[in-house]
Design a protein around this ligand. Structure first.
Ligand code: FAD
Length: 310
């Protein structure tokens, strides 16, 4: 069975979630091909070819693919779809933008947010904010799947030597136009990729305090900053820092939750972290039930003390 992985990339390198998707793909079928759709993305195609387990890279290069517009990328995937039993995307904003279009146009049901491949047609995925795992068996001829990156180890980025095949780019659909990309430049690791995440909740009280208390700790640990939805909704932290069911799903080596109660919707986004540290002044806070290390303390005292001890 041939499996197509639709790569997420920045035209130079492959985004890390793609490596996790390759691992899932190898559990679906023996031949894993990666589509790199972009403009002047030869470096990304070469990076994809080095990923262990990838047997072929399909490189579609055209101006209309430069910005990853969902309509054009979906059309590119559809042009290749007849050769594949499975089409896999990372369950990222990008993947979730394209996969439903592909599934709808192939008239198949999308299988979303897969965390385990049981067999080529059977998958597991979390439901009810991760409180239950459902096993889904698909009878569709093509399985269109989004893969939760934290459910699978990353395939080694080196060790492969796949051939790179140039494929004909589809015409511009004309259905959407790229206007502008606003990218926040940060020295910090990306939240989804970070090895350490320092996260803050409503307890921080203001964006100034969020910054004053948590930024030095994150700087010292080389961590990404995250936040609960309550902190985001209150304007203490930007939207793209939200961790949880309706935010980002992260599984870093270390997750430090400061003044976060541990509502199920928050836990859904971080409970797979390897080591969880919680600082909360309420001993009954649910976050303590999943924390490896819990500190019952006022964060405004505990975090500076932690800082000076590191
Ligand atoms: P609170 O629940 O108010 O907790 C604050 C905590 O700080 C308390 O435990 C308190 O004891 C502690 N505290 C207070 N002062 C201090 C201090 N000085 N020192 C130490 N500790 C202190 N939430 C998410 O986070 N992510 C999501 O993606 C998300 N999606 C949602 C989707 C839906 C459909 C719904 C209904 C809700 C969602 N929520 C999400 C919201 C979620 O239910 C909670 O409301 C939210 O997570 C609470 O955030 P919090 O822990 O910061 O705030």
């Amino acid at each position: 069975m041939n499996v197509l992985v639709v790569a997420e990339h920045d035209h130079v390198s492959i985004k890390s979630a793609t490596l996790n998707v390759v691992t899932a793909a190898l559990q679906c079928g023996s031949q894993v091909h990666v589509l790199v759709a972009g403009e002047a993305a030869a470096s990304a195609a070469q990076a994809a070819a080095r990923v262990a387990g990838v047997s072929r890279v399909l490189h579609a290069d055209a101006p209309q693919l430069a910005e990853g517009l969902a309509e054009n990328v979906a059309a590119q995937v559809l042009a290749l779809a007849p050769s594949y039993s499975h089409i896999l995307f990372p369950a990222t904003s990008g993947g979730k933008n394209v996969a439903p279009r592909v599934a709808a146009l192939l008239d198949v049901a999308q299988i979303s947010d897969v965390t385990r491949v049981v067999s080529a047609d059977t998958f597991q995925r979390p439901i009810y904010a991760g409180n239950a795992i459902v096993t889904v068996k698909s009878g569709d001829p093509v399985k269109v799947v989004t893969v939760r990156a934290t459910g699978f180890d990353a395939a080694p980025a080196d060790g492969g030597s796949a051939e790179i095949e140039a494929v004909t780019a589809v015409a511009d659909s004309g259905m959407s136009t790229f206007v502008e990309r606003v990218v926040v430049k940060s020295e910090r690791p990306e939240l989804g990729d970070a090895r350490i995440v320092v996260s803050g909740g409503r307890a921080l009280g203001s964006s100034e305090k969020f910054n004053d208390v948590l930024t030095p700790l994150a700087d010292k640990l080389g961590a990404a900053l995250g936040a609960s939805r309550a902190a985001v909704d209150a304007g203490f932290a930007p939207n793209d820092w939200q961790v949880g069911q309706t935010g980002k799903i992260v599984a870093p080596q270390l997750y430090v939750a400061c003044g976060i109660s541990g509502a199920i919707q928050h836990l859904a986004g971080m409970k797979d972290s390897k080591v969880i540290v919680a600082i909360n002044k309420d001993p009954e806070a649910p976050i303590f039930s999943i924390a490896d290390y819990g500190l019952e303390a006022d964060l405004f005292e505990a975090v500076p003390q932690l800082m000076s001890a590191i």
